[in-house]
Design a protein around this ligand. Structure first.
Ligand SMILES: [Zn+2]
Length: 486
């Protein structure tokens, strides 16, 4: 911890050191939450929790600032618990061990929790630093953001009194966020029938590997290869020529990651074995050429494979291949209100086959609820054509960008004045809690800022120390400049 005590701004880093010392992985934030509430009460600040555990702390305006609009500073309490295979660490008991490495703060073998611990520390620093000048402050710390946004879902109307909210959960200093995409999972389940392979068939495993993959929100516009889509296309094109029979189709691991790998088990008549290998080699050349600007390492391998399983009936095979091949994927529409930003997208994330059914998992994202709904309806129609059942799960709303937002413009102006450069005003094609805050507080004027964090959600997570100082300067300057109540 001695490392951290040398850093400035001191209040912020002291709070972060305390946060690191109290375990707070998602769903186990209680110890940290109780510590913060007692700390606030000792300081004679109003502090209370709601039914889902969110914390609200109020600090009155500093002298002469009573007339300013009230501001919510918001962060989430939990962190993602990830560690390296060779690291011994119990996230529910052991403190995080931060250390300074040049300009970066890292943790020993684990996630650091700078997402959103620095934001939380900055909000607490505003409460404890008596040298600051600001209007009325509300600090809102939400529960369990990383595994379902439980706190944001549970936030009730009429609890917060402010009309402005500053979210501290974005991860690039110099970027100001004014909107984010919402999301919903779609799960399509197709019943499968199977039968014995005809006599004289040989089975093979076809493995597609080496695609880059990436975040299904942030990287969806890059035109990367989707292993599931590429495999379905191969099957659709080759099935009748090769008299190919499908035994299994497995691709991707997470609905929110662009799938890097997919594996098929197929069978062809002995007379078509040479043609299968040739078709795979030709297809690799074709997709390698089509995707040459973005994918450099694709491999497609055909190996003899013993498999006792029965094949899909021709009808089941046609339905499954048709379903995946006809599924839309990637960017569906760009935003009209913010140039260069994706409005609506989807990722065909995971395909699996069991004995009697196949499943396709999609993640749909959109800045607007109706964009998400449109894609859900497309997938419903497709499921109907294929004879599959389509369900949705875990939907959360987007935060529709407002280029006229007064607080966003104030943050942008303050940044220009402080650092003599124009910040990038952005919309993130992934989830922030702000979309959910708009439900109980539809008129809240919101913006999101934060320091530069890389490798979030992995043991490589690190925060750029000088960016924390700039973020703090920006935050405190904005609080000083909040306009008077209208
Ligand atoms: Zn976060």
């Amino acid at each position: 911890m001695s490392d951290l005590s040398q850093l400035t701004p001191q209040h912020l880093w002291q709070h972060f050191a305390t946060i690191c010392s109290i375990p707070h992985p998602s769903k186990h934030e209680e110890a940290l939450a109780q510590h913060i509430v007692s700390w606030a009460k000792e300081r004679k600040l109003f502090a209370e929790r709601d039914a889902v555990g969110n914390i609200l702390i109020r600090k009155p305006a500093t002298p002469g600032m009573e007339n300013r609009k009230s501001v919510v500073l918001q962060a989430h309490l939990d962190m993602v618990p990830q560690k390296n295979n060779d690291t011994e660490h119990d996230f529910e008991k052991d403190p995080i061990q931060p250390y300074v490495d040049g300009q970066w703060l890292k943790a020993r073998g684990t996630t650091l929790g700078s997402d959103n611990g620095i934001g939380m520390a900055s909000a607490l620093a505003v409460l404890s630093d008596e040298s600051l000048v600001h209007g009325p402050i509300e600090v809102l710390l939400t529960m369990t953001e990383e595994t379902g946004m439980d706190g944001a879902f549970g936030l009730q109307p009429n609890w917060l009194k402010s009309e402005i909210l500053i979210n501290t959960d974005s991860e690039t200093e110099g970027e100001i966020y004014m909107g984010c995409a919402g999301g919903v999972d779609c799960i399509t389940t197709l019943p499968l029938s199977r039968e014995a392979l005809p006599a004289g068939y040989e089975t093979f495993k076809i493995s597609l590997k080496g695609l880059k993959g990436g975040h299904s929100g942030g990287d969806i516009h890059l035109g990367l290869g989707n292993a599931n889509k590429l495999m379905a296309r191969f099957l659709a094109a080759q099935t009748s020529e090769l008299e190919l029979r499908l035994l299994s189709f497995t691709g991707g691991t997470l609905r929110n990651a662009i799938p890097r790998e997919a594996t098929l088990v197929v069978a062809v008549p002995q007379s078509k074995v040479g043609a299968l290998k040739q078709a795979a080699a030709d297809y690799l050349t074709l997709i390698g050429h089509e995707l040459s600007a973005v994918e450099k390492g694709i491999s497609l391998q055909v190996d003899a494979f013993e498999c006792g399983s029965k094949a899909l009936t021709q009808d089941s095979q046609n339905r499954l291949v048709g379903l995946v091949n006809a599924s839309p994927n990637g960017v569906m529409r760009m935003s009209d209100s913010v140039k260069g930003v994706v409005e609506t997208s989807l990722n065909v994330g995971v395909v699996t086959t069991e004995q009697d059914c196949a499943q396709v998992l999609y993640l749909i994202r959109s800045l607007i609820d109706s964009g998400k709904q449109y894609v859900v309806e497309v997938l419903m129609s497709l499921g109907q054509l294929a004879g599959a059942e389509v369900k949705t799960k875990g939907g959360y709303p987007g935060w529709e960008p407002n280029p006229e937002s007064p607080v966003m413009n104030l943050v942008s102006e303050s940044y220009k004045k402080l650092f003599d450069t124009t910040p990038h005003v952005m919309v993130i094609h992934a989830g922030l809690e702000c979309g959910l805050f708009k439900r109980p507080y539809p008129d809240m004027d919101m913006v999101s800022i934060g320091p530069t964090i890389t490798g979030a959600h992995s043991p490589d997570e690190q925060v750029h120390i000088p960016s924390v100082s700039r973020y703090w300067q920006l935050l405190t300057q904005v609080l000083k400049s909040i306009p008077e109540k209208g």
